[in-house]
Design a protein. Structure first.
Length: 277
């Protein structure tokens, strides 16, 4: 679990989203502190991905506010929200499959580069310099994910787990303050999930980026997150440290289930017995 002194970065205040007569997100309020890894958990249909879509401008809230460093993101286009400092990955991987891996990462880098269009079209020295620097940055991002050997391979040819890493590299190319990861461990086996958890922590530490992730793998969330948000029926059920969430009766009843409650109690008894030896 990651600790440290952290200040507010993202504020979700009284956020509501209706789709016709269905309320997907219901008066949701929580805060993501700068410098941490925050997890969002909850049953299927709890509204977790809808929250990500609201944060990134895919949907506009029915009511409520979303603020990054005090600046409201409501009503802004997705590209403007990226410019504010928020980047994301998706539950279903979205890559430019016909492009190579390095081209996938270079695309957002070139969008950020300050190079006049006519210079790029005419291949003027400034444009060539920008392209060279961009390629070097992209290679460093691929290397950070451990996939630099696949730089010139088409994205569609990569194994599933490496495509996940490529998507994270592309998101990091936007140089975000806050990185949103939507079920990054989905479809991974236990060994791949452990490797991914290590990667997320390394990205957090080496890139200095705050992370907000949605995940169903409870061990991953509890091991790497400094704070956990629990949603149920679109509303906030609880927020706290992983150790607080593990023992919160509301969470146990709504999400973790009776079997988990019994196991938690048994673990507590074993821990107490060990302390008394």
């Amino acid at each position: 679990m990651r600790d440290g002194t952290m200040t507010g970065l993202l504020e979700i205040e009284s956020l509501t989203k209706d789709f016709g007569g269905i309320r997907a997100v219901d008066s949701l309020t929580f805060r993501v502190r700068e410098g941490g890894i925050t997890g969002i958990i909850g049953p299927n249909g709890a509204g977790k991905t809808t929250v990500f879509n609201l944060i990134t401008g895919v949907y506009r809230p029915t009511t409520g506010d979303i603020r990054l460093e005090g600046v409201s993101a409501v009503g802004k286009r997705p590209d403007r929200i990226v410019a504010l400092g928020i980047a994301r990955t998706f539950q279903n991987i979205r890559l430019f499959n016909r492009q190579t891996c390095i081209e996938n990462v270079m695309t957002p880098l070139l969008q950020r580069a300050e190079c006049p269009l006519f210079s790029a079209l005419l291949r003027m020295p400034r444009a060539r310099s920008v392209e060279r620097e961009t390629r070097e940055k992209a290679m460093r991002l691929l290397a950070a994910m451990g996939i630099e050997a696949y730089a010139d391979a088409r994205a569609s040819t990569l194994p599933y787990g490496l495509q996940r890493k490529l998507e994270i590299a592309r998101a990091l190319a936007a140089e975000p303050k806050l990185l949103l990861l939507d079920e990054p461990a989905a479809g991974m086996n236990p060994e791949e999930t452990r490797s991914l958890a290590d990667l997320i922590v390394r990205v957090h530490d080496e890139f200095g980026v705050s992370i907000l992730l949605i995940e169903h793998h409870m061990d991953l969330v509890m091991n790497i997150c400094s704070s956990v948000v629990v949603m149920n029926f679109g509303a906030l059920l609880a927020q706290g440290r992983p150790d607080e969430i593990r023992t919160d009766e509301r969470v146990i009843r709504a999400y973790l289930g009776k079997k988990k409650r019994e196991r938690t109690a048994a673990e507590g008894e074993e821990s107490h017995a060990g302390a008394c030896r």
